[in-house]
Design a protein around this ligand. Structure first.
Ligand SMILES: [Zn+2]
Length: 156
């Protein structure tokens, strides 16, 4: 319970003036209420900022380019396998075409996979990166299979 600063009279709660001498009662300091009100918003802002994933345009483009190169690599690798199979049946240009396609498919698959993986490492969780990485690996294996068929073809 507060007391009057002038006469020392015990002040009733809510009174704006002392009931004995009429001295104005100073308003209670709003600091205890203001401090938590000002401090509260900060913990709410901080998680909101970190929870929102920020992916740059460059990272997104990297993922798309990686997927495109990987798909191109796998396409040439499949063509190379087809021509290698043709070369095994019919001696002719089959194997030469297979090697030519392999020269495209291997670097495309490797670079495509690297770019897709880099985009994913930079925080791009899009399926584009998974497809680019997976297809790139498929292209590398398919080119390996194509070269394996070519070596068998030379040994026959
Ligand atoms: Zn008083």
């Amino acid at each position: 319970m507060a007391h009057c600063t002038n006469c020392g009279n015990q002040l009733a709660e809510g009174n704006k003036f002392c009931s004995v001498c009429g001295t104005p009662v100073p308003a209670p300091e709003p600091i205890p209420e203001a401090v938590p009100a000002a401090a509260d918003p900060q913990p709410y802002y901080a998680p909101a900022v970190t929870a929102e994933p920020v992916i740059s345009v460059k990272t997104k483009v990297l993922g798309f380019v990686g997927m495109g190169l990987s798909i191109g690599g796998l396409f040439f690798a499949v063509l190379g396998i087809l021509y290698a199979l043709i070369g095994m049946v019919e001696q002719g240009l089959g194997f030469a075409f297979a090697i030519a396609f392999g020269m495209f498919s291997m670097p495309l698959s490797i670079v495509g996979r690297i770019l897709a993986n880099k985009s994913r490492e930079e925080g791009n969780l899009s399926n584009v990166c998974s497809v680019g990485s997976g297809v790139g690996l498929g292209g590398i294996f398919a080119t390996g299979a194509m070269l394996f068929l070519g070596i068998i073809n030379l040994m026959i």
